[in-house]
Ligand binder design. Structure first.
Ligand code: GDP
Length: 500
């Protein structure tokens, strides 16, 4: 329509590279669903092998998508417990289901499920429930990844008789592979979420993976970014190394492939970006996630944010003090030389209000001769409390995440999956802020600093199974001789794992 064409012209962001590579000549912002910023910070294209894996995936997805002949055959065969064995031509699935937790957690575990689907020749379907259906465009053009809403389908995969992987493992502790072969003609629930137990964790064993190949329907519940652990599994490693010669780009590529804003989300993103961010010389994203407002009072967090942004990351100018006021007055008579637009993403509006006032009422103490740095603060929404089962709330979250990903520099909050998604989509290594917590001494931080630069743009897997009797931390990638490790502990979560 004319209206959408106008929006495209008004939002001159270059197209996503992956879609362009998959369908040459098709993207170039021909439609909004294909327009992504080609990040100012990261330009490395996907490997040819990843592209060929994605092309194969798209063909498989089209052949097996919901309500095709192959889908119906597979689904109803399993529903009626007819014995079946999975041929190469048959469709097998991983259904990402009824997510709990916030959008960041959900997007990270969906991308992990997608990578698992690529590795095991499955098709990824999603059963979002009503609070997420309107956020994204379909990743595979002219196809759907939505599990049918019709209760005939839902009733079967969530039925009380459906097996649970962890329980199967527990009840058949000695023969994991055989029990999976016996249960190949059923739906199997797999729990890889926070709080999973040792039997659920057997999912990460190579031997069990061999058995799971025969199970055509896996119903996955997870809120974790479990990708780093797939790199520790010898059965997958060779293919992963070919797909991702640069390990730091896994979520960057997969996330940008899977998550394109819907037209509704795109409108909100584009209007905000054009009005407040587009014309700045530099865009800074500040993502402030306070989990416990009592233990982390606003004034303390604000102090920490400033210490990080002004002193350690040096992305915001210091403010004038009494001593350098005269020099600043002289500067103030000159024209502003440089414009910084700061996007504040937070559930609360307090940080935005305080920062805006602070940088407006006091001059910045730039010492150069070029005049003052102008710093403008902007906030797209302040939802006050997390309501992750609410569709319009999730839309605001998605808009904030996407806007953060369009920034040139990011400060994110430690432990926050919301920030991980933004940094990954944007291809940015953020400054990770440690939110001060009075329970642990307030101003004290893990690193002595208020923030620390991330070693890679990859998200952190918060709760991995322990690896090889705690070998983790020395060299977690299992490459015993030489070479640099590709999986390390996260900066913000000691027991977590991330790719570098
Ligand atoms: P995490 O809890 O920080 O790991 O991130 P999640 O995304 O999993 O869950 C937090 C949820 O709280 C988000 O999905 C949003 O619903 C809400 N939320 C937290 N911070 C913000 C923010 O800066 N902006 C918006 N719009 N929502 C937020």
């Amino acid at each position: 329509t004319a209206a959408s064409l106008l929006l495209i012209i008004a939002f001159p962001i270059p197209p996503i590279n992956l879609r362009e590579e998959l369908e040459p000549g098709k993207s170039s912002c021909a439609s909004r669903r294909h327009c992504h910023k080609s990040s100012s910070s990261y330009h490395k294209p996907p490997s040819p092998y990843l592209l060929s894996v994605l092309r194969d995936y798209e063909q498989r997805h089209k052949r097996c998508e919901p309500l095709t002949k192959s889908f119906n055959r597979s689904f109803f065969q399993v529903s009626s417990h007819q014995p079946s064995h999975v041929d190469d031509d048959d469709c097998s699935y991983v259904v990402f289901t009824r997510p709990t937790n916030g959008l960041g957690n959900r997007m990270l575990s969906m991308s992990s499920a997608f990578l698992y689907a690529l590795l095991t020749n499955r098709v990824l379907l999603v059963d979002f429930g009503p609070d997420m259906t309107h956020l994204f465009s379909e990743p595979v053009p002219n196809s759907t990844w939505l599990f049918p809403e019709d209760s005939r389908f839902g009733n079967r995969i969530y039925g009380s008789k459906v097996d649970d992987f962890g329980s199967l493992m527990k009840n058949n502790n000695n023969n994991h592979t055989a029990v999976l072969a016996n249960n190949s003609s059923s739906f199997l629930h797999v729990n890889l979420g926070y709080g999973y137990d040792d039997y659920d964790k057997l999912f990460y064993s190579n031997e069990v993976q061999d058995g799971l190949q025969k199970v055509s329907w896996l119903i996955l519940k997870s809120d974790q970014y479990f990708v780093p652990y797939l790199f520790l599994m010898s059965g997958f490693r060779a293919k992963l190394d070919r797909m991702f010669p640069d390990k730091e780009t896994v979520f960057h590529h997969l996330g940008r492939y899977l998550f394109t804003p819907s037209d509704q989300a795109w409108g909100l993103i584009a209007r905000f970006y054009d009005a407040y961010l587009a014309n700045a010389d530099e865009r800074i994203g500040l993502q402030i996630r306070v989990l416990d407002t009592k233990a982390s009072p606003t004034a303390l967090v604000l102090k920490q944010v400033l210490r990080c942004a002004q002193k350690e990351a040096q992305i915001l100018p210091p403010l004038a003090t009494k001593q350098n006021e005269t020099a600043t007055k002289k500067l103030a008579s000159k024209k502003t030389s440089y414009n910084k637009a700061v996007l504040v993403a937070s559930l609360s509006s307090e940080f935005y209000v305080e920062l805006k006032d602070m940088f407006w009422k006091r001059a910045s103490a730039s010492t150069g001769s070029d005049g003052e740095v102008a710093v403008g603060f902007h906030q797209a929404s302040h939802e006050e409390v997390q309501r992750s089962n609410d569709g319009s709330h999730n839309m605001m979250a998605w808009v904030d995440i996407y806007l953060l990903s369009l920034c040139d520099v990011l400060v994110t909050s430690g432990w926050s999956t919301f920030g991980y998604v933004a940094q990954g989509l944007g291809g940015l290594r953020p400054w990770i802020l440690q939110i001060p917590d009075t329970k642990y001494g307030g101003g004290e931080t893990l690193w002595g600093n208020a923030c620390r630069r991330a070693v890679s743009m990859e998200p952190c897997f918060h709760f991995p199974p322990s690896y090889d009797g705690n070998k983790v931390g020395v060299r977690v990638d299992g490459e015993e001789g030489g070479g640099s490790p590709s999986v390390v502990h996260c900066e913000d979560v000691g027991g977590g794992l991330k790719l570098v």
